[in-house]
Design a protein around this ligand. Structure first.
Ligand code: NAD
Length: 473
């Protein structure tokens, strides 16, 4: 049982002013494994004040100093990789292979930002003017539970690279992972106040950060609903806002695709991060003429996918993070059935032989119409919808008929043809015959999947404002 009763403000671990305790669970066993004392709005204000004090000196550090700091942060995080991995498996329930990737990713994003900074020009010319990219000020970074360490480190890396100081509010459900990351980041010995980490509730700490006049920039990853609330609060002081929100990503299987390649790709994209991924390919678009063939192959393949104990190396789908999330996924499975979709794998309830833990059966519906609830709303669990299309034009229309636009996938034997389709998809990233991540490329959503971009130079620029100097030396 871990008791977490400190937050991180001004370079020190301090007792929060907030006095509410919140239970932490192992989602694979439903057992309480810890308790966290939550920060409140007063703690948020203290953290913002510390970041504000640190900003003038930090914003004037040069590129070399910041690259050095990012490298120290990277070294500190990778030194704690094993502890982070344990926390991710225990508190989040990530299957071991995924958990290991997530623990490494948290370090990688820091070193990637250092690399981008090497080549980044803070001063440019525009006609006769000199343009200086200037850090915005204190950045509020609000992150979700589905990749706690990765989001904390990724947003922090971009903010610091730009010269901003930060107040981070992670999800209250990830406090054990956050503790490991915070202890690691502290080891890097950055000046006090440059980053502060206050775990608390969204409605209190998150709301305070979103509204506070001394916060110049918000970077939020989470649900579209909360993203809109944050944007409204931020409007009052015209904060710059980056929102990375939900998705309902299409996996477009073109009629020439080799199904022996397309089926595993569709399952990996759909069940990524146990289905709790904003970029999961949850709408699988299949040519009507080859639907039966695709169904046969995917039913065979899904039978070999294990949803269960995250510590079992054969498991690729771990539990949902919380009872609430499990119930939400169960509700969508029932809604899918009620609306007339045809269940071809999985269904409601826990997998066979599993008596505890928030596990979901890997579930696939066919005969889904794009206007059904399960095709329109983000489920955030291992539930996929197969939607049949007539021809390529129809596939593109269905793919784009969504309020989201985060990511899309195209699968074909002809890369040129797939690329032509990709060009017509309204999404921030389109992956052709691959699931590979490119850290230098911008990431973010079209439409209601968000505003702005993360990663690479685009991610750093989200924390900068151009300033033109005319007539200056
Ligand atoms: P959430 O929106 O409920 O919470 C995200 C964060 O916002 C948490 O830290 C939460 O405490 C905080 N928050 C809640 N209410 C707030 C408020 N009123 N003001 C300020 N902060 C508030 O999301 P979640 O359930 O933690 O995460 C799942 C969601 O995140 C999914 O919808 C998923 O698509 C999205 N997500 C998006 C991306 C992306 O990059 N686009 C990545 C991962 C997850």
């Amino acid at each position: 049982m871990q008791i977490i009763d400190h937050i991180y403000i001004d370079g020190a671990f301090v007792t929060p002013h907030g006095d509410e305790f919140f239970d932490l669970f192992n989602p694979a066993t439903e057992q309480v494994i810890g308790r966290v004392r939550l920060a409140d709005a007063e703690d948020a204000r203290r953290a913002i004040a510390a970041a504000r004090r640190a900003f003038p000196a930090f914003s004037r550090t040069d590129k070399r100093a910041r690259i050095d700091m990012l490298k120290r942060l990277h070294a500190a995080v990778i030194a704690k990789e094993d502890a982070l991995f344990e926390a991710i498996v225990e508190e989040y329930g990530a299957p071991v292979t995924r958990g290991r990737w997530m623990a490494r990713h948290a370090g990688n994003v820091l070193i990637e930002a250092a690399k981008v900074l090497e080549d980044y020009a803070f001063v440019r010319e525009a006609g006769t003017a000199k343009v200086i990219m200037q850090p915005l000020g204190v950045a509020g970074l609000i992150t979700p539970w589905n990749s706690d360490a990765g989001f904390i480190c990724g947003k922090l890396a971009a903010a610091l690279a730009a010269g901003c100081t930060a107040v981070i509010k992670p999800s209250e459900m990830s406090a054990i992972q956050t503790r490991v990351v915070t202890e690691a980041l502290h080891e890097a010995g950055l000046p006090p106040g440059v980053f502060n980490i206050v775990t608390g509730r969204g409605e209190t700490v998150g709301a305070e950060i979103s509204a506070h006049p001394d916060v110049a920039k918000l970077s939020f990853t989470g649900s579209t609903l909360v993203g809109k609330t944050i944007l409204r609060s931020a409007a009052e002081t015209l904060k710059r806002v980056t929102l990375e929100l939900g998705g309902k990503s299409p996996m477009i299987v073109l009629d020439d695709a080799d199904f022996d390649a397309a089926v595993p790709l569709a399952l990996d994209a759909g069940f990524m991060n146990s289905g709790q991924a904003c970029i999961a390919g949850t709408r699988i678009l299949v040519p009507q003429a080859r639907l039966a063939e695709f169904e046969q192959k995917i039913m065979r393949a899904v039978a070999g996918i294990q949803s269960g104990d995250p510590r079992d190396a054969r498991t690729s789908i771990g539990p949902m993070v919380s009872r609430r999330q499990w119930e939400r996924v169960q509700r969508y499975i029932r809604v899918g059935i009620e609306e007339g979709a045809r269940l071809i794998a999985g269904g409601a309830g826990r997998p066979d032989n599993v008596s505890a833990g928030w596990f979901v059966r890997p579930t696939i519906f066919s005969d889904v119409r794009n206007d059904m609830t399960i095709a329109r709303e983000e489920i955030f669990g291992p539930v996929l919808s197969i939607i049949a299309y007539r021809d390529t034009e129809d596939a593109i229309a269905i793919a784009n008929d969504t309020s989201y636009g985060l990511q899309a996938y195209v699968c074909s034997s002809d890369t040129a043809r797939a690329s032509a389709v990709a060009a017509r998809i309204e999404a921030g990233r389109v992956l052709v015959n691959t699931l590979a991540h490119e850290p230098a490329a911008p990431f973010g959503g079209f439409k209601q999947s968000g505003i702005g971009r993360e990663y690479g130079a685009f991610g750093i620029e989200a924390f900068l404002e151009p300033k033109s100097l005319l007539g200056a030396a």
